[in-house]
Design a protein around this ligand. Structure first.
Ligand code: ATP
Ligand code: MG
Length: 412
């Protein structure tokens, strides 16, 4: 097998570089034959998002992705933050590279680490050598670097191997050694697009953006579908959804957002069907339209922000009815979460503040006073038969418009 262009050619001449970012990945390590694909996906993802932060050389080697600034103008803080939003990466480490000999390692540790250890009282050194020909063993490297740190911090710090404030890591790799203090958590999960594509039913609420980000974390590329009901819902409500989609791009990369009008469907339901069934009937239309959109845009699952029992349309009986009209997997990652738990996720994914802006959703148009919480499928189908379902679906689908949302220009 030829070497991937995204992997480093180890024979290449090594240029001495200053601080670098080492990205560590988690589950991908278990992926056997597919591992290289996953590594390439992560490298591409980092390259797409690197542009605003300067010129970086990005490649993988020995279970690590190296992000090396190519000049002094590079924004290392910005690049580290960006790397923390990339699913598949579990640790983002600023590290100092040095020559692979103890003299250089000790000198670099003394010069680089004190500033990184401000405010910390205890440490331990964890040394690893992937180069087994290195003359010292890992415990010996740890011992010598530990002594150097004690000296460089002037007795301010002490060693605690059980519960240190900070772990100093020394990695002796095939071409250089790397020294760092601590590790910043990455987003975890699997690289975006590694699991295919799903269609998120995106409302302006708190739950559906979280649901989309949770599935993106498991490797799904997310495309979104929003239903509006103009003039019952406003232009501002649509803008809010577009803003949410853009915020999700921090984690999801880029996103196509489709918008379909439900106005006529809702008016037909209001004029022809029993009020108590409005909500469940509307959800049937939403699922049917979402499935059609998913098939046209090669998405293989639907994603919703439903949480069991949250509202009338999310009782088990209601979900059983809406599920019965979908002929593809429906993922509901929030199903077992309380509202508070969903809010914690929404804050983490950065969508909460926009989600709570007060704009109406089509689900709140013509809301029944007593929505059926225990709908029977026969009764629902009887009500549904009072409107021309297929004609309404075709008409609504024809209103679909599509926009693309990107945060990083590298995605265009
Ligand atoms: P959210 O908090 O995400 O807005 P919700 O609490 O308002 O959801 P429902 O109105 O019952 O709950 O909607 C359940 C799910 O149906 C949403 O999470 C979303 O996936 C989908 N959904 C609701 N309204 C819309 C809409 N206008 N466009 C697209 N999908 C929608
Ligand atoms: Mg909800």
């Amino acid at each position: 097998m030829g070497k991937s262009p995204l992997a480093r050619d180890t024979k290449e001449e090594i240029k001495m570089i200053d601080e670098v970012i080492l990205c560590k990945y988690g589950e991908i390590v278990l992926k056997g034959q597919n591992r290289r694909n996953f590594e390439s996906m992560l490298v591409k993802e980092l390259r797409r998002r690197a542009c605003p932060h300067g010129i970086f050389k990005i490649y993988y080697n020995q279970s690590t992705i190296y992000v090396e600034p190519q000049n002094d103008e590079c924004d290392m803080d910005g690049m580290s933050e960006t790397a923390k939003h990339i699913f598949g990466i579990i640790g983002v480490n600023r590290a100092k590279a040095c020559e692979k000999n103890m003299e250089s390692i000790i000198a670099t540790a003394k010069e680089y680490l004190p500033a990184k250890l401000v405010g910390k009282k205890t440490f331990k050194v964890d040394a690893r050598r992937s180069d087994k020909a290195f003359p010292l063993t890992s415990p010996e490297i740890s011992r010598d670097v530990g002594a150097a740190v004690l000296e460089a911090t002037g007795g301010r710090m002490r060693v605690d191997v059980k519960n240190p404030d900070v772990v100093i890591t020394v990695e002796v790799r095939d071409t250089q050694a790397y020294i760092r203090a601590g590790q910043e958590a990455g987003a975890g999960g699997l690289p975006i697009r590694s699991a295919g594509r799903g269609l998120l039913m995106l409302s302006g609420g708190i739950d559906s953006p979280v649901a989309g980000c949770m599935m993106a974390k498991r490797g799904l590329e997310i495309e979104a579908l929003h239903f509006e009901s103009f003039p019952y819902t406003s232009e501002r409500a649509r803008e809010k959804v577009m803003q949410l989609a853009e915020e999700m791009c921090e984690f999801c990369g880029r996103m196509y957002v489709h918008v379909i009008s439900l106005t006529h469907i809702q008016e037909e339901l209001r004029d022809n069907c029993e009020e108590d069934y409005f909500t469940i009937l509307l959800r049937i239309f939403m699922m049917r339209l979402a499935e059609r959109c998913a098939r046209d845009y090669k998405c293989h699952a639907l994603i919703t922000g439903e949480s069991l029992g949250q509202v009338a349309s999310q009782t088990l009986a209601a979900i059983e009815v809406t599920d019965s009209v979908a002929n593809m997997p429906v993922f509901r990652p929030c199903i077992g979460l309380d509202k508070n738990e969903i809010i914690i996720q929404a804050r983490k994914f950065g969508t909460f503040e926009t989600s709570i802006l007060p704009f109406e959703d089509c689900c709140t148009v013509f809301t029944p006073r007593h929505p059926k919480t225990q709908p029977r499928i026969d009764d629902v189908m009887r009500e549904l038969a009072k409107v021309d379902v297929e004609a309404l679906l075709d008409e609504a689908y024809a209103t679909m418009t599509t926009e693309i949302k990107v945060v990083y220009e590298g995605y265009r």
